[in-house]
Design a protein around this ligand. Structure first.
Ligand code: NDP
Length: 281
């Protein structure tokens, strides 16, 4: 079997068009211009690139964006004051604090200052809790993007065996919750899981969010599975996924490439959360 490649760039472009249309309609209906504020502290080169890409994506989708840069020695208090100011600004609908924050800053304390309704990353405890309860909420962007990618294959998630490898608060756990909401039978695996291959090889839908280069090999995959590779592992200037692509693509029915799979979806879903936040405001 040779897997069909799930084209994250093309699917992200469709989401972005949908977002642009919603932002335009919102403006025509209410005069409201959707606006995202991005807060960054320090000079992490990877964060610089992420922030630049997010701002460019906003522009293309007709979303206003403002970026706020604080120095690497900015105190937690100063970051919190900025978040509070943006939080009380009615013209700002979404607030994103680019992680990581400089050493010594308590990221959780900063993230919890953002009102859940403006928390477009979906990291606030209230949004995470509402996702768990199955309530409407701003859910984490990467897992939402993965769901879009799975849906794009045309397979029905309902009733399928889904395995998520990784249980982080930003990817693994919300991913499992979204799959559960879609009526999959969900297993979460992690570093303490025994006999991982026996679990992954039963997955109709396998999501790898481990952070280890080419960790999932072909023999760990069920023939005909949908494989979603969240991993972004940089080695010698090249980007690798968590899945050994050449092996996996001989076994799976559908697979996401790295780059060009999940990555573009994360930004697209951030834009979608931002326009949702503006509509709800
Ligand atoms: P974390 O490091 O927070 O979590 C990794 C998870 O993998 C943990 O739950 C850990 O288990 C589990 N794990 C580690 N080793 C093993 C193992 N040997 N067997 C099974 N499970 C294992 O990473 P993130 O969730 O933040 O990110 C995962 C990957 O996704 C990274 O490569 C990251 O760069 C990428 N990423 C990509 C995004 C995108 O837009 N494409 C967005 C976000 C992340 P335990 O909990 O027991 O330690």
């Amino acid at each position: 079997m040779t897997a069909k490649i799930i084209d994250g760039k093309a699917i992200a472009a469709q989401v972005r068009m949908r977002v642009k249309e919603r932002a335009r309609e919102l403006f025509e209906r209410s005069g409201k211009k959707t606006r995202l504020a991005v807060v960054m502290a320090g000079d992490n080169p990877a964060s610089e690139i992420y922030v630049r890409n997010k701002i460019k994506a906003c522009e293309e989708a007709g979303i206003e964006s403002q970026s706020f840069r604080l120095s690497a020695d900015a105190s937690e208090q100063k970051i919190i004051e900025l978040v509070d100011k943006l939080d009380s600004d009615n013209l700002t609908h979404g607030i994103l604090v680019q992680l990581p924050l400089p050493t010594g800053i308590n990221e959780r304390r900063v993230l919890e200052r953002i009102s859940p309704r403006k928390d477009v990353d979906g990291f606030h405890a209230v949004n995470a809790g509402n996702l768990m309860l199955g309530n409407d909420c701003l859910a984490a962007c990467t897992p939402q993007g993965c769901i879009e990618l799975i849906r794009s294959t045309g397979i029905n998630i309902e009733g399928k065996n889904a395995v998520v490898v990784g249980r982080s608060n930003i990817v693994g756990k919300p991913m499992a919750m979204l799959l559960l909401q879609n009526n999959a039978t969900v297993t979460i695996a992690h570093s303490k899981t025994e006999n991982l291959a026996s679990i992954t090889s039963r997955a109709d839908i396998l999501v790898a969010a481990v952070g280890k280069k080419e960790f999932i090999t072909g023999d760990m995959i069920k023939p005909g599975a949908v494989v979603i590779d969240v991993g972004m592992n940089r080695h010698d200037g090249k980007l690798y996924g968590d899945v050994k692509f050449d092996e996996a693509s001989r076994v799976a029915a559908f697979i996401t490439p790295v780059p060009g799979g999940v990555g573009p979806m994360t930004i697209a879903m951030l834009l979608e959360n931002t326009v949702t936040a503006a509509e709800n405001a």
